[in-house]
Design a protein. Structure first.
Length: 194
C-alpha cells in the first residue's frame, strides 16, 4: 500500500515513517510535486486534518493521510485549539505563543489542558479519522529544552516532567500524536490484510 502523508514537516514525516509497518510506504509531497502550502482554514482540528487529506486526494488522486494538532486549555475555553500554531500571530512563533499562553493563564488556578491530534485518511472513496488525546496541566513557567511548540509548559498527567524534559523517544511513547498514529496504523494493517 502506498499513501501520501500530507505534511512538509520532515520531523513528523520521519516519526511517522518509523512507526509504520513494512507493507505501507509513504510518499512525500515533494515526490508528487506538491510544493505549495496546503490550505488549513477549517474551524476545528478534525476539519483541518480532513481538509488537508482531501485536498491532496482530490488534486493529485493519491490515497492520503494528514494530521492536525491543537492544545486545548480548559480555563481559556479550549483555546488556543485549532489556532495553536498562530496563537500569538501569523509568524507562528513558538516562544511568543508560550509567552501569550502563560500571560493568559496568570492567576488561573485550573491549569488543566490537553493535546489533541487527529489523523484523517482518504482511502479510495472513503474518509476516516483517528483521535489521540493526552491530558495534563499548564505549568507556571518553562521547564526543559527538548521537543517543540508548547512542550516546555505541558506537564502530562501522571508524569513529573514536562514534554520538553523528556527525550523524543519517551515523548513518542505517550504523546497525543503517537496515540492517534497507532489507531491509524492498526486500521491500515487490517486493510492490508484484507
Ligand atoms: P500541527 O497541527 O502539528 O502543525 O500543530 C499546530 C501547533 O500545535 C504547532 O505549531 C505547535 O505549536 C503545537 N504542537 C503540535 N504538536 C505539538 C507537540 O507535540 N508538542 C507541543 N506543541 C505541539
Amino acid at each position: 500500500m502506498k499513501l501520501v502523508f500530507a505534511t512538509h514537516n520532515k520531523n513528523k514525516w520521519r516519526e511517522v515513517q518509523s512507526m509504520l509497518p513494512e507493507g505501507i510506504k509513504i510518499i512525500t509531497l515533494e515526490d508528487i510535486g506538491c510544493l505549495a502550502e496546503i490550505p488549513e482554514t477549517a474551524s476545528t482540528i478534525e476539519g483541518n486534518a480532513l481538509q488537508k487529506a482531501k485536498y491532496i486526494k482530490e488534486k493529485y488522486g493519491y490515497d492520503t493521510f494528514a494530521d492536525d494538532t491543537g492544545l486545548e486549555v480548559k480555563a481559556l475555553g479550549n483555546a488556543p485549539g485549532v489556532y495553536s500554531a498562530r496563537y500569538a500571530g501569523e509568524a507562528k512563533d513558538n516562544e511568543a505563543n508560550i509567552d501569550l499562553l502563560l500571560a493568559n493563564m496568570q492567576g488561573k488556578e485550573d491549569r488543566e489542558a490537553q493535546f489533541k491530534t487527529i489523523f484523517a485518511l482518504c482511502l479510495g472513496e472513503k474518509s476516516y479519522s483517528f483521535e489521540g488525546i493526552i491530558r495534563g496541566q499548564i505549568t507556571h513557567h518553562r521547564q526543559g529544552t527538548e521537543g517543540f511548540g508548547y512542550d516546555p509548559v505541558f506537564l502530562p498527567e501522571k508524569e513529573e516532567r514536562t514534554f520538553a524534559q523528556m527525550s523524543a523517544q519517551e515523548k513518542n511513547q505517550i504523546s497525543h500524536r503517537a496515540i492517534a498514529l497507532r489507531k491509524l496504523v492498526d486500521f491500515l494493517n487490517s486493510e492490508v490484510e484484507k
